[in-house]
Every structure is written in structure tokens, then in C-alpha cells.
Design a protein around this ligand. Sequence first.
Ligand code: ADP
Ligand code: MG
Length: 348
Amino acid sequence: MSKLALGILGGGQLGSMLAQAAKKINIKTIIYCDDKDAPARELSDEFIYGNYEDKKNLEKFIEKVEIITFEFENIPFKTLDYLSKFKKVYPNPTVNKTLQNRLFEKNFVNKLGIKTTNYVSINNAEEIIKNKSLLPGLLKTTTLGYDGKGQYKINKTDEINNLKINFSNKYILEKFINLKKEISVVLTRYHGNKFEIYEPIENEHKDQILKHSKIPAVVDDNIMEKSKEWAKNIATELDYIGTMCVEFFIDDNNELYVNEIAPRVHNSGHLTINAFNISQFENHIRAVCNLERISLKKISNAQMINILGDEIIEYRKKKFNNNEFFFDYMKKKIKLKRKMGHLTILKN
Ligand code: ADP
Ligand code: MG
């Protein structure tokens, strides 16, 4: 029998790890990406370089694949929608339409009766002044932000002018929370409303970029359960197929809030490669290809360290113990704060 051909849009580190997981279970991968130096190029079975809006080029991709998925949420909705006219796309593109926009995303979560930080839509400086009760706050672009990009911390209204905010973008203003902790729940939803849910992961950010993740998360049982239940409700409501992640805040008063939803495999879930029988990547491939679901078993507790920018140079020279797993994303250029690799340490 010939191998099932899975198309993946995007060829960064997430695309690379998806391609590796697919190979392990005998699924052929064809990656389409707008970066010709994409790290996943060498790891996929086939690679097509092209713009996400180039229909002619996308046709080549459509012809080669049976099912389509994507590595990150900022693939234009139009592209996913176009592709879905020809081949099955999982998770379904309407998921992205909701989650690509922080305002739509937060409105959606609140409608489910799930708590987020307080927020308002912002189009100009006057609207910030009108909503100064949300200060200190974070002003975030509604679209295309990641790793803290497109965010401004505003403590007082008199800071607004100095920030030189570009109001041709749309924003939301979010109340700043005194974070006690951040956690995430990575889950995979299969056809037939079946789930595999990883235990909550505790995350530490520096300059709005994930630095460390670990299991077990040190939080109350009540938060453990509530976070998993909320993540499950969100996935069900989205009729989600594949792996996704919900990021949470826990404040000083032990209140749980949903921060954001990633309709894809997630950086905090990288430790699942070594700490579980089935990684978040393999679960994603299994779900979107409608393969057998295998119950999760934890192998070990773990800690994951993100390697940013030129930190990678030292790591490339290091020797590692048997319980340490170094991943080099093989990116051609080292850039400040860019995710270059990660290290997972298994700890019992
Ligand atoms: P991104 O899309 O860039 O990941 P997030 O909204 O997740 O954006 O913000 C990145 C990080 O910034 C969060 O994980 C958290 O550490 C911090 N942060 C974001 N919003 C708030 C907030 N309202 N209060 C306190 N910290 C926040
Ligand atoms: Mg985030």
C-alpha cells in the first residue's frame, strides 16, 4: 500500500518536528513554505517553496497531498479556505478565523463562560484614555503577534505619546495581571470527540518569550482539573481536530484565566517528545490522518529549556547526559531572541 501523503503548511521548527513524527509512523510529508531556507526542508519527503497566496503554486501542493494541516496559526485564512475546497484541512480553517484575532478569540472564550483578563478593542489614543481603568495594561495588536511582538506595556496615560504606537493596526488593551504562574494544557482531539490530554505544564516567560516549561506543574488539584476541563470545552466548541494548546494565567488570588489558544502544536509541549509514549506531534499526525488513538502514558517528569539567539553556540559544543535531549532547529541565521533549539531534561 502506498503511504498516506500529508501536506503541512509552514516549515519552521514545528513543521520539522511534525515531519519527524510523521516519518516515524510511516506517513509521507509534503511541506509548503514561504521560506526557502526553512529548517523542515531536509526533514520532509518533499518541499515546495512558495508564497501562501500563490494559487498556481498551491495547486502543485494540492495535487500531491491527501490531507492538509499547518504548523502555525498565521497562515492566511484565505489560503486555508481555498485549500479546503480541494482537500481536507485539519483543524478546520474557521478555527483560525476566530483565533487569528485576539479580540474574536477573547470574545469566543468569554461566551463559553470561561474567564479571560478584562480587555477592550482599541483604535486610537483617546480610547486608551477612556479605558484607563485597565491600566497598567498591555496593548496588543489584534493580529499577527507572537513571542511578545506587537505589545506595549502602558502604566499611565501620560506614557502613551512616547510609545509612538502605530494606530494603523488594531489593538486590544488588556489589564495587566500580577502573575503567580503560567500554565498550558496541550491536548489532541480525534474524530468522534475523543481526547488525549497531557497534564498541565508550568511555564516561565522572560521578556514575553517562553524560557522554561516543566511537568508536573506545581498548582492546586482544582486548577489542574479546571484548566483541563476548560481546554477540553474550547476544543469541543471549535470542533477541533489535531493538537492544540491553551495558555493560562494564574493570579495572586489563585484565579485562573485563559490567556490565548494556539491552534497548533506548542512550544510548551516539546517536552512531550521525551516525557510521554506519544508526543504532541505524533498525536497531531494521528488525529489529522484519522489513525489509531493510543492512550497517553507518562514516562518521566521533565523540564524544557528554550535556547534563544546566540545561546545555541555554546549548546552546540556541549556534551549531554543520558537524561538530556538537545534539539537544534538548524536555523541558518542566529537572531537575537530567536528560538534556535531546546533542551529537555528528564527528571524523576
Ligand atoms: P504572544 O502571542 O506573543 O505569545 P501573549 O498574550 O501570550 O502573546 O503574551 C506573552 C506573555 O506576556 C505571556 O505569556 C505573559 O507572560 C505576558 N503577558 C501577556 N499578557 C499579560 C497580562 N495581561 N498580564 C500579565 N502578563 C501578561
Ligand atoms: Mg502566548
